[in-house]
Every structure is written in C-alpha cells, then in structure tokens.
Design a protein around this ligand. Structure first.
Ligand code: PEP
Ligand code: MN
Length: 337
C-alpha cells in the first residue's frame, strides 16, 4: 500500500501517521520528493482500513499495489535513487563506466589495467578476486591476495573498486571495497542477500542466468528489506536458445525497469555476449535505451587472460568506446561527471 501525503502537511501529523502505521506491525519507507511525500507500507497491509486512511486530513491518495516488491517499487519512491560510490553518482541524469579485468591476476596486471582504463575515462575499477567458475578445476581467482592487489590499485589510481562477494564467510575481507557485487549465480542466494543488506555498503546486483525481471527485483527487495537502499542493478544477458552468443542481452529490460523501479540500472555487454567484437555495439545500444552506466571487461592481453579472454577488449578499444559514448550521452539527456 502507498499513501501520498498532501503537499505542505504538518510534520507532526505526518509523524503521528507514521507511528500509527508502525504500531500495526508494518515497516514504512518514506520518500520525500519536491512535490509530494510518499509513504510505502511494507508487510501485511490487509489489516489497514483504507477508507480510514483516506479520511485523514493530510492524506491525498491511498493505493494498494499489486507488485510483490515494495522497497524497490517506483510507486513507493517516484524519484530516481542516486547511488554515490566515492563521489561517482549512479542514477538520475548520471552515467558511469566501470572497467577492468575479469580477474585480478598479478599486481602488474591490475595496476597497469587500472591506469589504462582511468586514462581512457573509466570511473570505477572492477576485478574479480573470488571467481564463480563453472569448473572447479578452472582458475578460481587470487582470493584474499587478489583483494589486496585490487585495494592497492585503488590507492594508486584513486578509483573506487567493485568486486564480487560469493560467500558470507568473506564479508570481513570486503571492508575496503566500495561496491559489493553479487554475481548472476548468486542472485537468488537469499541468505547471502540478507547478509549483504546488513553490510552497510552499496550493492551491484547482477541479473541471474535465467531469471525474470520480477525475480530480480525480489532479490533487490531482500537486500533492501535489511536496510540497504543503495542498489545498482546490472543486466548481463540471460540464457536463451541462441548458442552463437554466450547469453542474450535483454535490452528491453532497461526501459522497463526504469518504469518499475527507482534503482539505477547498468549493462554488462561483456558477459552478455561473450564476444569482444560485440562489446562496442552493445555498449552503444545500452546508452541508447537509457542505461545508467556500463561495466566492461578490459584486459591488457586478452588471448592470455586467465578468465574470459574471448570477451575482453584492450584498453585502446575501450578508449574508443568511451569517446563514442560521450558523443551519445547528450542525446539521452545524461552526463558523465
Ligand atoms: C563477473 O562480473 O565477473 C561475473 C562473474 O559476472 P556474472 O556474475 O554476470 O556471470
Ligand atoms: Mn568475467
């Protein structure tokens, strides 16, 4: 249920309404906008008398909502959520670019790539330390050592860092990580989602390999229901019957999500296609459909990458994409700051 409070209402009366709602065992999500204040009621609202609420002086409208996600729902929170990662804002008119290798392989590799992508215009640095690989015999990432190297690259370049958390057991190792990634394979690891929601850090939530948009938003809801408001969604392609690409990039999800949720949405064209030559056209397409940013895998030597070399582009190819994005951004009313 959502309650829209009349503009200019007395704060004390609004507080009394909030107290009354929480007394009934419900949680409230209050969104104060320029034109209205929207109160989202989270929990079992069946015991709330909608006519009684409607009759209150300060109440403009009351609506029951159908969607099972509440905190992530744009009806509760009409204005875009802006997630600030070390001064780089995701959401609203902002556009951000995250770049870096699939996996951190050595100090020289991560620092070299970090400097190159920064020079080309990337805003945040990515790099996997704990890697979710299909085979237990494949390279699993440098783990704790990888995280140390990523933090070193952050100190050298000043770029905020993004890396994947796969297990609750590793949470304490993530204190210097600016944006915690939940990968596609863990999108429905509900215990992990709940713990991540309590970490007090922003979360990059990737879409599951074969999950619907509603399931994805319900996973965001798990994190948000633990108090975390700073979530960025990342469309990374879904599994379809098409074998020529690693996944199929669901571009229609982006404008649809913009209607359904207030959370920022970015696109990962690297995992979506699995092919380095498709990264440029898919990146530009993502800008065209209104994405709030991109996450691109960049490697200094893709043929020798320990993970995902086939989809990794070189720094000079990345620089070319950034130049073209900057030309397109005014057309979609976005800025890169
Ligand atoms: C990644 O970004 O490193 C990754 C493993 O992606 P996904 O979870 O989307 O497969
Ligand atoms: Mn990868």
């Amino acid at each position: 249920m959502i309650i829209v409070v009349k503009k200019g209402s007395d704060k004390k009366q609004v507080d009394n309404l909030l107290k009354w709602i929480t007394h009934q065992g419900l949680k409230v999500d209050v969104s104060v906008g320029e034109n209205s204040t929207v109160i989202g009621l989270v929990g079992d609202t069946s015991k709330i008398d909608i006519d009684l609420v409607h009759s209150m002086d300060i109440v403009d409208t009351v609506k029951r909502i159908q969607e099972p996600y509440k905190c992530a729902n744009r009806k509760f929170h009409p204005e875009d959520t802006i997630v600030d990662i070390g001064g780089h804002k995701f959401g609203g008119k902002n556009f951000q670019i995250i770049a870096g290798p699939c996996s951190i392989e050595s100090e020289k590799q991560i620092i070299g790539i970090a400097e190159a992508v920064k020079k080309a215009g990337a805003n945040l640095l990515r790099g996997g330390a704990f890697k979710p690989r299909t085979s237990p015999y494949a390279f699993q990432g440098l783990r704790e050592n990888g995280l140390d190297l990523l933090v070193k690259a952050k100190k050298e370049t000043g770029m905020p860092i993004v890396t994947e958390l796969m297990s609750i057991r590793h949470i304490d190792l993530f204190k210097d990580v600016d944006l915690v990634q939940i990968g596609a394979r863990n999108m429905q690891n509900f215990e992990l989602l709940k713990e991540v929601g309590r970490m007090g850090k922003p979360v990059l939530l990737k879409r599951g390999l074969a999950n619907t948009i509603e399931e994805w938003l319900m996973s965001a809801e798990y994190i948000m229901s633990e108090g975390c408001k700073d979530i960025i969604l990342c469309e990374r392609g879904i599994r379809t019957f098409e074998p020529l690409t690693r996944n199929t990039l669901d571009l229609s999800a982006i404008p649809l999500l913009k209607e359904l949720t207030h959370l920022p949405v970015i696109v990962d064209p690297s995992h979506a296609s699995g092919l380095s030559r498709l990264v440029k056209p898919l990146s530009l397409a993502a800008v065209g459909v209104g994405a709030d940013g991109l996450m691109i895998e960049v490697h200094n030597d893709p043929p020798h990458a320990l993970c995902d070399g086939a989809q990794s582009i070189r720094p000079e190819q990345f620089a070319d994409i950034v130049t073209r994005i900057d030309v397109m951004l005014p057309l979609v009313n976005k800025v890169r700051a």
